[in-house]
Write a protein that binds this ligand. Structure first.
Ligand code: NAI
Length: 385
């Protein structure tokens, strides 16, 4: 089976997320890395691309050159990943969709709700895939949680509790470091810092697992480091479309916490708890019984979990493999389109432009509610009201 052609924008040398994408895309042999505009400095990007094995004529100096170069090729990229800083996502994603490419965009997909609506409309109009990298939904046991909820193991879901709290911006003495400061500067970060950066992962995860959308929310946002104009900590209460009550805590000043992404789901018949730093175990507490530990890779899990597990039970799988599962879904989605068939439903789980838009509406809702002392606000994008 011929490999699909893949390219990326951003993710240059020394970037945080570039390597996880290259590992994820390459892992199953579905995608060949053939093109890139990897850095905001053209020469550094071209040079790094060549060192990673790209043909010199496909290691581009910027994304516009790449768009032009790839659009004219018979073997053009089947999928392009946008892993640049946030403020550039909208324009790059829009232009590649318009030119007929499938896109995987990093989160947050856009900087405003209006831009998000434009991307959703464009993806629908062009019929192209516009996925958003909520990569942690790729973990096998997160998919198993979703399957357990969908098949009714927990009964009606009463409560979902999500956290994404780390301590990496907690040092007040380091707050003016340019690598940290821009994140809390409204001119560069927009209306929200910590919630837009990390909170949206947790909120999306709550929707992904419960199968419900966030409808209303009330937020308490604070800057624990007072010089910051945007929040470094937020507690968000929300209500979901199926009646589930949601709680979310996100922080960048939680000293001692590392990545800190966890999800707990409580239904009428049982509770689940999963933590990204121990992603190979899922804690399952059926009502009135003992705590059970579900291991990734054990027999009898859901098809969604089986499809996204590679090494046998007891050998840890981690974050690049979760990203690989998003790429595995996308490869199946692209191949199904090429072959004119239905895609495997167990693969139809990659986050969409609609999810990116819902997150953006939530970001603005959190900012508005935080400013209004926690007033409850509508968290849905106008397009979905
Ligand atoms: P970074 O600052 O470490 O790297 C950004 C890279 O993009 C650099 O190589 C830079 O040279 C390049 N770049 C900047 N502007 C460019 C342009 N116009 N054209 C081509 N390349 C350009 O940033 P990081 O942390 O890797 O984040 C990138 C994106 O990924 C952000 O939107 C961030 O929110 C997202 N992210 C997502 C994560 C996830 O779990 N889904 C985790 C970490 C980051």
């Amino acid at each position: 089976m011929a490999r699909l052609n893949w390219g990326m924008i951003g993710g240059g040398e020394g970037s945080q997320i570039g390597p996880a994408h290259r590992l994820g895309a390459g892992l199953d042999g579905e995608f060949a890395f053939v093109a890139g505009a990897l850095d905001h400095r053209p020469e550094a990007g071209r040079d790094y691309g060549r060192r990673l094995g790209l043909d010199p004529d496909r290691s581009y100096g910027n994304w516009r050159e790449m768009l032009e170069g790839e659009a004219g090729r018979a073997d053009r990229v089947d999928l392009v990943t946008v892993a640049t800083p946030n403020a550039t996502h909208f324009e790059i994603t829009r232009e590649f969709l318009k030119a007929g490419f499938h896109v995987l965009c990093e989160k947050p997909m856009t900087m405003t709700v209006e831009e998000g609506e434009e991307i959703v409309a464009l993806a629908r109009e062009t019929g192209r895939i516009c996925a958003v990298n909520y990569g942690y939904t790729g973990y096998s046991l997160v998919r198993h949680m979703k399957a357990m909820v969908a098949r009714g193991d927990l009964g009606r879901i009463r409560l979902v509790v999500a956290e994404f709290a780390h301590g990496h911006h907690a040092d007040a003495a380091d707050a003016d470091n340019p690598r940290v400061r821009w994140r809390y500067d409204p001119a560069q970060a927009g209306v929200s810092a910590q919630f837009a950066d990390c909170g949206i992962h947790a909120l999306h995860m709550a929707s992904f697992v419960t199968g419900q959308e966030v409808e209303r929310l009330s937020a308490d946002t604070v800057s624990c480091i007072e010089s910051r104009a945007l929040e470094d900590d937020a507690m968000v209460n929300f209500r979901m479309s199926g009646g589930t009550v949601g709680r979310l805590w996100t922080s960048s000043v939680a000293i001692g916490r590392q990545h800190g992404l966890t999800l707990q789901v409580f239904g009428e018949k049982g509770g689940l708890r999963w933590a990204q730093e121990q992603p190979n175990q899922l804690y399952w507490m059926p009502l009135g019984q003992r705590l059970q530990v579900i291991e990734r890779g054990e027999a009898g899990l859901s098809p969604e979990a089986d499809r996204t597990t590679r090494v046998t039970i007891g050998h840890a799988e981690g974050m690049p493999l979760a990203f690989a599962n998003i790429y595995k879904d996308l490869a199946e989605a692209i191949r199904a389109r090429k072959e004119g068939r239905e895609m495997d439903p167990a693969a139809d789980l990659y986050p969409r432009a609609e999810d990116g838009l819902r997150s953006m509406a939530a970001v603005f809702a959190v900012a508005a509610s935080g400013k209004a002392d926690g007033t409850w606000v509508d968290a849905r994008p106008p397009m979905f009201r």
